[in-house]
Design a protein around this ligand. Structure first.
Ligand SMILES: [Zn+2]
Length: 137
């Protein structure tokens, strides 16, 4: 059975609602092989309670936390992740996870990772599925 990727419309919607960064917007979606959406998250700028420190939580970071809270690994046979990056000026961009996020996703033992590239396609990081062309909105 092919892996059913979530729609990028869902990523766009999540970014619109949650991402409060200005330079670029990232969304990470966890889904099962059949396309059931388990959880989603966007990159967010966070500020410490006293306002002294600001940092950006990566979309994958928030997503893995949600997966832990949901006990997704125990509840679902397969957990795949799609990471999408959006720029208001340029559309979908390369969203290959950074080193820290690769470690987070690997530690969570995800079954596969997909991400948008600069051509507006979705790449399969583990190369065991098919690369699916997508259309930018
Ligand atoms: Zn990251």
């Amino acid at each position: 059975m092919p892996i059913k990727l979530p729609s990028l419309d869902l990523c766009f919607d999540r970014i619109s609602k949650e991402s409060n960064t200005h330079s670029f917007h990232l969304c990470a979606v966890a889904f099962t092989r059949s396309g059931h959406i388990i959880a989603s998250s966007a990159n967010r700028q966070l500020t410490r309670a006293d306002g002294a420190k600001k940092w950006t939580e990566h979309a994958e970071e928030g997503l893995v936390r949600k997966l832990h809270n949901l006990k997704a690994r125990q509840r679902f046979r397969t957990v795949y992740v799609l990471v999408a990056r959006w720029s208001d000026a340029q559309g979908w961009l390369m969203a290959k996870p950074c080193g820290d996020c690769w470690r987070r996703l690997n530690n969570y033992d995800v079954d596969g990772v997909f991400y948008t590239n600069a051509d507006g396609d979705i790449e399969d990081a583990f190369r065991f599925g098919t690369i699916t062309s997508i259309q930018t909105p």
